[in-house]
Design a protein around this ligand. Structure first.
Ligand code: ZN
Length: 581
């Protein structure tokens, strides 16, 4: 970086709202796994890898990756308007752009709304903006606020015996780093629409004001068309998803649980992946139906300090370093189990495209009946770091502190280990693994060992190593990719993209699969409300767009936005017409 000048802070951002750098590191943890498959595709479809001949491998006669049956709503008055009308698109861009212009940034730590409403003034502007922009939504739906800022919209259905459909999204956005404000092509809160590219620019354009607006626009259009819903439709919108949903989703989900009870929702749709274009004619809609778990383990080596002229063989820094060294050199094992949602995506790629090398395609397709092929598949996945991290628990040492003075022995060295827990493992198993290595080092150096209050090895004259876990979250329950609820969801996606959006593109093929996130959306608080949770935004998202999420130049193509509006419209009607729980 050669630029040294900093963009001046606009007046409306008081310094207390300055973003913290750790916010940006989340990009790596959340977005990269999602685009891991893209990098894989790029590697094999650009000149990074040699072109692959299709002649040496033949797809089996009975493919496993099949197109779902398309569900076409009989009430579809505005589908064509939403997707193809110029004026509708212009209006829709305006609505999205207006929401982007309200900078609802959220930091890593924030005051409770009750303690400082002023801090959240942008959020109240956003609520007002919704009232003005969606008059029918606001006259037909009940609007409630939970914890001051969380929004619940309820569109009461005519048949209260049917389970409601729940749509989610979050009002907040990741802060814009003021130091690189100038590197944005268009100002980050301009919501600028660029006609030549069809892009809407700005923070939140793709994460996830697009989704929030699509939900409101879809319902506004149904109301414009005089549609009456048989099934209750609920929108639940948090306001601090980007800082773990601690005040928003964590309050909204219990509110709904209290009102409707456990397993009371037909389905839950939240932000997530969209359609991946795997090659020229192959589109895979990977609806994320699983998420890895999470746990931070705080490890501290407690010594007795003293003058550094009289020293032990290893200071607490040395002991901590050796423990870190051991952990990093003994990563968690990986194994590609075939119930991993990523397998479905790879299976579609193997059956319906030729970009993967023949031996890999063969391994993918024969893995269910041939253990040696499953091992080949495992090694293939492990050779791509982004995919490898979806088939194992990860361990990253993210923070370290130790020592204060050159001539004083460090009495304490501590560090934090961040884990993303494999879908087949658990928080406990993960902690056990850390404890194992801590014990190895404690025994080697003659230290005691504790886990929270439990003494595993008593304190010694040198000191002890302590472990404590926090922010534990088990891997999310895997939502089904078969059965009634899935069929309507996948069938709506299939109809929208195969039969409507890509109808003119000859040879285009759309498949719908599950998918896996290594991060977590606000849905982590909603597990009790439905087993059918799909994290999906109905747009085609190229690699260069996804890369800008949480980063500079966030943007979305306007056509990917109107397709998401159409999805909300069609999905509500389809569940009303075909759903029977
Ligand atoms: Zn988001």
């Amino acid at each position: 970086m050669t630029e040294t000048h900093h963009a001046p802070l606009p007046d409306e951002y008081p310094s207390s709202r300055q973003p913290t750098s750790s916010t940006y590191s989340r990009y790596k943890k959340f977005v990269l796994p999602l685009i891991g498959l893209f990098t894989l595709v790029l590697a094999y479809t650009t000149n990074v890898a040699k072109p692959v001949s299709n002649s040496t491998f033949h797809v089996p006669a009975s493919p496993q990756c099949k197109k779902p049956q398309a569900y076409r709503p009989s009430f579809n008055k505005s589908v064509n308007l939403i997707l193809n009308d110029k004026q509708f698109k212009i209006d829709s861009i305006k609505k999205l752009s207006g929401a982007i212009q309200i900078p609802t940034e959220i930091n890593d730590t924030n005051p409770l709304p009750d303690d400082d409403l002023e801090y959240y003034s942008e959020f109240f502007k956003l609520h007002k903006y919704f009232e003005e922009t969606f008059p029918l939504v606001h006259s037909h739906l009940k609007v409630e606020k939970v914890n001051q800022l969380g929004l619940i919209y309820t569109w009461e259905g005519t048949d209260p015996s049917l389970k409601p459909i729940l749509f989610m999204a979050h009002q907040d956005v990741v802060p814009v780093n003021r130091e690189i404000w100038d590197s944005w092509q268009y100002p980050p809160f301009s919501g600028y629409y660029e006609q030549e590219t069809d892009y809407v620019w700005g923070r939140g354009s793709n994460d996830c004001k697009n989704l929030m607006l699509a939900e409101l626009e879809g319902i506004e259009q149904l109301l414009t068309d005089g549609y009456r819903t048989k099934r209750t439709v609920i929108l639940s919108m948090g306001f601090d998803e980007e800082s773990s949903g601690f005040m928003g989703a964590k309050a909204l989900a219990p509110f709904l649980l209290e009102r409707y009870g456990p397993d009371s929702m037909f389905s839950i749709i939240d932000e997530g992946a969209g359609l991946l274009r795997l090659d020229k004619n192959l589109y895979i809609a990977a609806a994320v139906n699983a998420e890895k778990g999470y746990v931070d383990v705080r490890i501290a080596v407690h010594g007795h300090g003293g003058h550094s002229s009289v020293q032990p063989d290893h200071t607490t820094i040395g002991v901590a370093s050796e423990l870190i060294f051991m952990m990093e050199n003994h990563p968690f094992e990986y194994d590609f189990s075939l119930d991993n949602p990523i397998y479905d995506v790879l299976q579609c790629a193997a059956e319906h495209s030729s970009f993967l090398p023949p031996h890999v395609r063969e391994a993918i397709l024969k893995a269910p009946v041939d253990e040696s092929k499953r091992k080949v598949l495992t090694e293939f996945a492990a050779s791509h770091p982004d995919i490898r991290d979806l088939i194992r628990t990860t361990r990253a040492i993210d923070v370290i502190n130790g020592g204060v003075k050159a001539n004083a022995l460090p009495g304490l060295t501590s560090f934090i280990v961040n884990h993303r827990v494999d879908i087949h493992s658990s928080v406990n198993e993960t902690i056990e693994n850390d404890l194992y290595w801590a014990r190895v080092i404690a025994e080697k150096h003659g230290y005691g060992l504790t886990f929270h209050d439990e003494v595993i090895i008593p304190e010694t004259k040198l000191g002890h190593i302590s472990l404590a876990s926090e922010k534990m979250l088990e891997p999310a329950p895997v939502s089904p990719t078969a059965g009634h609820v899935w069929e309507i969801f996948a069938g709506t996606v299939q109809n929208l993209f195969q039969n409507e959006i890509l109808a003119e593109q000859k040879d285009a093929d759309v498949y719908v699969t599950g998918g896996l996130f290594s991060g977590n959306t606000d849905t982590k608080y909603y597990w009790g409300l439905s087993r059918n949770i799909y994290r999906f935004v109905a747009g085609i998202f190229p690699f260069d767009q996804l890369r800008t999420i949480h980063s500079v130049n966030e943007h979305i193509s306007a056509s990917s936005h109107v397709s998401a509006v159409a999805f909300v419209y069609e999905y509500i009607v389809n569940v009303n017409e075909y759903g029977h729980d």
